[in-house]
Design a protein around this ligand. Structure first.
Ligand code: ARG
Length: 229
């Protein structure tokens, strides 16, 4: 009988929701992007391994709480509501919300009013903004379609099924550069992205914050920002 001591570094499962370029998206069947490289750099600096899991955005926080994933790296905005159920690292990116319309449609920000149809990704801050400011106020009387991924929401916009998509500015800009869609308005929400861990997982939170700090001071962060933005 031989007892074997573990020799390999600990592997943490990182949950993300690809379809949020350039933070996380699928390229040649692989999950790639800024958040992926950032997590790999943090892991390298702190001596652990990472493995990525692509799940729907609104399953990320439940996944942390259930222990099926250890870390969320998904361009997730630090909000008070979320911070009640998970712990966030220091912020690593700032963003606002934006409105995308179809190229050539002649649509403007007036699609946020009246009988227009808007698409969002379920459970995102864009979804919440639309609910709070357009639906509850009655400003918008059309339909709001909530999709599992922004890829589907953008597709619906291009197909002409919805008049606008509300999503984070950096991602809106990326879609506008690659697809027949145009960013016609920025909605100043002043959001900051953080990585998240299960509530109370101090050890991992500390590693992530230390790693973030090192990635920033070593110049790796600037390198990644240059690569993706
Ligand atoms: N920042 C927004 C939020 O926290 C959207 C994030 C969407 N992320 C993604 N990987 N699809 O709600």
């Amino acid at each position: 009988f031989v007892s074997v001591a573990p020799v390999s570094a600990k592997t943490y499962v990182v949950g993300t929701s690809a379809g949020f370029p350039p933070f996380e998206y699928i390229q040649e069947g692989k999950i790639v992007g800024f958040d992926v490289d950032l997590m790999k750099a943090i892991a390298e600096s702190q001596g652990f391994e990472v493995e990525f899991q692509d799940i729907s955005f609104d399953s990320l926080i439940p996944g942390l709480n259930a222990g099926t994933i250890d870390i969320v790296a998904a361009g997730m905005t630090i909000t008070e509501e979320r911070a009640k159920v998970v712990d966030f690292t220091e912020p690593y990116y700032s963003a606002n919300q934006a409105l995308l319309v179809k190229e050539g449609s002649g649509n403007t920000l007036t699609v946020l009013f009246g009988n227009h149809n808007i698409a969002v990704q379920t459970g995102t801050t864009g979804d919440l903004w639309v609910e709070e400011n357009l639906e509850k106020t009655g400003i918008l009387t059309g339909k709001v379609t909530r999709f599992d991924t922004f890829v589907l929401a953008i597709q619906d916009l291009i197909n002409g099924n919805v008049d606008g998509v509300v999503l984070d500015t950096p991602v809106a800009k990326r879609y506008a550069a690659e697809k027949p869609v145009v960013m016609v308005a920025e909605i100043i929400t002043g959001e900051q992205y953080g990585l998240a861990v299960a509530k109370g997982n101090k050890e991992l939170l500390e590693k992530l914050n230390k790693g973030l700090e090192e990635v920033k001071t070593s110049g790796k962060m600037d390198e990644l920002l240059k690569k993706y933005f």
